[in-house]
Design a binder for this molecule. Structure first.
Ligand code: HEC
Length: 120
């Protein structure tokens, strides 16, 4: 009997360790980077690496430096869209299914590219 008890004594801690390793809350969100979300939701118009297309402007551009378009303008663009005012591409419609923290990740990604390009 003591052998069976011993088995149960070890099984519970092992289960808890496995749970801890495999079910860490939030880990699936952290794995999606700003670059991934940008490529999925924004690059169709703003181009890979924010370089622009014939449907939308480059975001790696001095017009979109933080002093001229602060981080809030990214949240507004995603949530309520943008009226055409800087370019001849037309309006930007709101983008559905992008969470607030995902917009934050996109902003970090774009600011990084702007820094690399010497814009900020
Ligand atoms: C269907 C095309 C399209 C998609 C998809 C799109 N945009 Fe845009 N976006 C535009 C256009 C066009 C403009 C330029 C409007 C103007 O200033 O004339 C723009 C402008 C912006 C601006 C500038 C806002 C301002 O205040 O002037 C930001 C920031 C932006 N987009 C972010 C994003 C992000 C982030 C995504 C993805 C989540 C995205 N866009 C997806 C077309 C698009």
């Amino acid at each position: 009997m003591s052998g069976v008890k011993g088995l149960y004594m070890y099984r519970l801690p092992t289960l808890l360790i496995l749970l801890f390793v495999f079910v860490q809350p939030g880990s699936s969100i952290a794995e999606i980077s700003g670059e991934d979300i940008f490529n999925l939701k924004c690059a169709v118009c703003h181009g890979t690496k924010g370089s622009g297309t014939d449907k939308g402007p480059p975001l790696v551009h001095k017009v979109y430096r933080p002093g001229h378009h602060g981080d809030y303008s990214f949240h507004l663009a995603v949530n309520i869209g943008v009226r055409q005012h800087h370019w001849p591409f037309g309006d930007m419609a709101p983008v559905k299914g992008v969470k607030r923290e995902e917009v934050d990740a996109i902003i970090l990604y774009i600011r990084g590219l702007q820094r690399e390009a010497g814009i900020i």
